[in-house]
Write a protein that binds this ligand. Structure first.
Ligand SMILES: Nc1ncnc2c1ncn2[C@@H]1O[C@H](COP(=O)(O)OP(=O)(O)OP(=O)(O)O)[C@@H](O)[C@H]1O
Ligand SMILES: [Mg+2]
Length: 484
């Protein structure tokens, strides 16, 4: 195929030739290297292991929200390969399915052209080759291509693929068996502190905090474990120098969820809003075939979610409010979840009742809520806005833990608690009700919920300065909880 006189081999050849200078463009600002996210180290481990000859985890999928840093991550890994591991740049192909599509080419076209440029079919390779495919979801054939054009033909190619979370959701069992999924989440408070100030909590802190909050037998044990963390918290505060890490939390909620706004501050919120618009008006039409009217409906859905406190969403009412059919509202919500702008939390009920019960929806990062609110002309410093953003952050923290192991599920309690985290314990799943409050919150409601759910303790995340406990409730200060 030829596009405006350019054939795919020329395109791939140019991509290879310009890769190093592009890698610097993507990974530096004003001559300084951008910080790496934690996921960088996890992916580097897969690469190191591949370079040692271990062929097991040679296909890694990285789904994530737009603007969360996927492309930057790819180029940081590219530089690691070329600069530190001295891999010949000709053996690393970085392509974006989205950009190929604009040129009229597919991922398969690029892979085949690359093969011709390598001068050898992939199944006859005598060296290690890396293929990084950015925004793969824009190529409807991506799964097939990776499986039959790469993975099944050779074990000498390490493939790294990014895309929206549809990447992971729609994956067929065939490819699922072959791949590792490493999600790139928005930043939590501790990653924010690392990216922005280069400060990390002491070693082992996070896992001890997790054990305290989610793995204790009762409130008393949770409390005493939390107290044991106070010297770590103090040293974190000391390394932050002038920044009060409790007081700074508001700033994190507003801007901290995405790396660029974290670094640039509140002036960057309009650009976060641009990310939202790009998802709605570029991705949704391309990936779901939404027409303009549906996309505008999706914007109204987001506006409605952003301007109300996280609560269960009644589809019938929402559909009336924004003037779209129930079926369209369903598909809009699904697409917004797929693109990781929001995520659903089902109620804590058993069996058939679940299907009929409404879900709560949270923003995957409070920063997206902040950007939408600001674009709608709201002030971010009101108690209502901050309380909603805090609950987003708490829910997002717990949501992430359902992917990384400590939690089996996350629900809300139809009769009370904001959230119910289902902890994975040696003796089986255990519910922990979690209440969130911007100010100070008393324990009555949480206490009752814990009893009703048969939970040994409940957690309150609020404005407390230090952990405390009363009855079967433990209070965790919000700035501590968000380090989870
Ligand atoms: N680790 C980081 N440190 C600092 N800034 C970062 C980091 N990662 C990404 N950024 C900045 O955030 C912005 C978005 O990053 P990037 O393009 O990598 O995200 P993405 O997930 O690929 O987004 P998209 O889905 O829109 O392609 C860029 O301005 C980038 O420089
Ligand atoms: Mg990108």
């Amino acid at each position: 195929m030829v596009f405006m006189g350019v054939d795919i081999e020329t395109v791939v050849g140019r991509l290879l030739a310009s890769a190093y200078s592009r890698s610097r463009m993507y990974t530096e600002r004003e001559g300084k290297r951008l910080p790496v996210r934690w996921i960088f180290f996890r992916l580097r481990k897969y690469i190191d292991s591949f370079l040692r000859g271990n062929r097991l985890n040679r296909l890694v999928l990285v789904p994530g929200l737009r603007g969360v840093g996927k492309t930057t991550l790819l180029w940081q890994l590219y530089r690691y390969l070329v600069e530190e591991r001295k891999v010949d740049p000709r053996n690393v192909l970085v392509v974006s399915a989205d950009e190929l599509k604009v040129l009229g080419f597919s991922v398969l076209d690029a892979v085949q052209a690359y093969e011709r440029l390598l001068g050898k079919p992939l199944d006859a390779l005598d060296r290690d080759v890396f293929v990084f495919i950015d925004e793969a979801t824009f190529d409807p054939q991506w799964q097939l291509v990776i499986k039959s054009a790469i993975y099944d033909r050779t074990d000498r190619v390490f493939t790294l693929v990014t895309g929206s979370s549809a990447l992971a959701l729609r994956i067929t069992t065939d490819l699922a068996r072959r791949s590792v999924i490493e999600r790139l989440f928005p930043l939590n408070y501790s990653e924010y502190l690392m990216v922005k100030y280069g400060v990390k909590p002491p070693r082992g802190f996070t896992s001890r905090l997790r054990t305290a909050v989610l793995g204790s037998k009762g409130a008393e044990e949770a409390y005493s474990r939390l107290r044991e963390l106070s010297s770590d918290l103090l040293s974190l505060q000391v390394s932050l120098k002038g920044i009060d890490f409790k007081g700074h939390l508001e700033m994190f909620l507003k801007i901290g969820g995405l790396p660029f706004s974290a670094l640039e501050g509140e002036e960057a919120l309009p650009r976060v809003y641009d990310v939202v618009k790009r998802v709605l008006f570029h991705d949704l039409p391309a990936l779901y075939g939404f027409d303009r009217e549906t996309c505008e409906g999706a914007m109204r859905v987001l506006a409605s979610l952003a301007t109300s406190h996280p609560e269960r969403v009644n589809i019938t009412n929402l559909s009336k409010d924004i003037g779209l059919s129930r079926a369209t509202v369903y598909s809009v919500l699904r697409a917004l979840v797929d693109s990781e702008l929001i995520f659903p939390v089902p109620p804590h009920v058993k069996g058939k009742a679940l299907a009929r019960k409404p879900r709560k929806y949270y923003f995957t990062t409070p920063t997206v809520r902040a950007a939408i609110l600001q674009a709608l002309g709201w002030t971010l410093d009101t108690r209502d806005a901050l309380a909603a953003m805090l609950e987003d952050a708490v829910a997002a923290t717990l949501h992430r833990l359902t992917y990384t192991g400590p939690l089996i599920g996350l629900h809300y309690d139809p009769q009370g608690a904001d959230l119910v985290a289902i902890a994975r314990t040696p003796t089986g799943p255990r519910p922990i009700p979690v209440e969130v409050g911007w100010g100070k919150k008393d324990g009555k409601q949480a206490e009752k919920t814990a009893k009703r759910l048969g939970a040994t303790y409940a957690v309150i995340v609020d404005d407390s300065d230090a952990p405390h406990t009363l009855g079967n409730v433990v209070w965790v200060p919000k700035h501590v909880f968000l380090l989870l």
